[in-house]
Design a protein around this ligand. Structure first.
Ligand SMILES: CC(C)(COP(=O)(O)OP(=O)(O)OC[C@H]1O[C@@H](n2cnc3c(N)ncnc32)[C@H](O)[C@@H]1OP(=O)(O)O)[C@@H](O)C(=O)NCCC(=O)NCCS
Length: 256
């Protein structure tokens, strides 16, 4: 998979953004909409680039206690590679850094793909704006994510006396799981991964975020992989939702 660089949205991007908008939306944003947003100090926009091209972009308004996601778009040539998730994750992380209580957005009632993307991050249906989209008369569903501040801060602590690289997964110094990370060349293998997903707080995604960051930054890995038997459906589902792809012989992997 190609590498994608996360960049701020700049005025020089606008021509390309306009052509992607036309491919993505029945009523695309106009040049003046983008010009306004790139200069809007109360907004945060990010662009994912690869090989000098814009593959995806998105952003939100920064309201006092909430983030309002205004735009998320992935160029049709780059869809289904996890870029939509990358954008939503980035916006939620920004909201978390800014101590926002919630993030919300409007989505077309028939846009099941985008709704399923948002649901994966804890967005829930919160209301309808009837006839919100004049081009089709469609309703807008308002979806809200209230977990922004609850994303737990996870750390990894290497266990001493362990031959293989075993780590305790900690949340505020309390153990919530463990993992073994075996590196070979640029591939980091996740083994013996166990995480508490049963209580009120689901640590699955935050733990994988931490593991992926650690593998990329500390272990210098370019790929994460795991061997998960088909019977272990919960773990396979968690890894798939996170962005892993199923390969042959129970192998699952993702590019970092
Ligand atoms: C919605 C959109 C941003 C998703 O981007 P993407 O990069 O293809 O999404 P990802 O690869 O990160 O996939 C994220 C999730 O979206 C859903 N999804 C994406 N494409 C899908 C498809 N063709 N069918 C069903 N679900 C799909 C899935 O839930 C997927 O998770 P999974 O891979 O674990 O199944 C993209 O389709 C798009 O730009 N659409 C047009 C613009 C738009 O609708 N923007 C949202 C406005 S509210």
């Amino acid at each position: 998979m190609a590498e994608f660089a996360k960049c701020p949205m700049l005025a020089g991007d606008i021509d390309e953004l306009l052509s992607i908008e036309r491919l993505c939306f029945p009523t695309p944003w106009r040049r003046e909409d983008f010009e306004h947003e790139v200069n809007n100090p109360a907004a945060y926009y990010v662009v994912l680039k690869t090989g000098g091209r814009i593959a995806a972009y998105g952003g939100m308004w920064l309201l006092p206690f909430a983030g309002h996601i205004t735009n998320i778009a992935v160029h049709p040539e780059f869809r289904r590679q996890g870029l939509g998730k990358m954008l939503v994750r980035e916006l939620l992380q920004r909201a978390q850094e800014l101590s926002m209580r919630l993030v919300y957005l409007e989505v077309r009632e028939h846009n099941a793909i985008a709704q399923s993307l948002y649901r994966q991050f804890g967005f829930r249906f919160a209301g309808v704006e009837q006839g919100y989209y004049p081009d089709s008369g469609e309703d807008a569903y308002i979806m809200v994510c209230e977990n922004v501040l609850q994303v737990p801060k996870i750390t990894l602590r290497r266990l001493e006396n362990s031959d293989s690289a075993e780590y305790a997964i900690l949340c505020e110094n309390v153990s919530v799981g463990k993992v073994c990370l075996q590196t070979e060349g640029t591939v980091c293998r996740i083994a013996d991964f166990s995480i508490d997903c049963t209580g009120e707080q689901d640590y699955g995604f935050p733990a994988l975020e931490k593991i992926a960051d650690y593998a990329r930054q500390v272990l210098r890995a370019e790929t994460l992989c795991a061997f998960v038997p088909k019977e272990n459906r919960d773990l396979r589902e968690l890894l798939t939702d996170f962005g892993f792809e199923a390969k042959e012989n129970d192998r699952m992997e993702m590019r970092l």
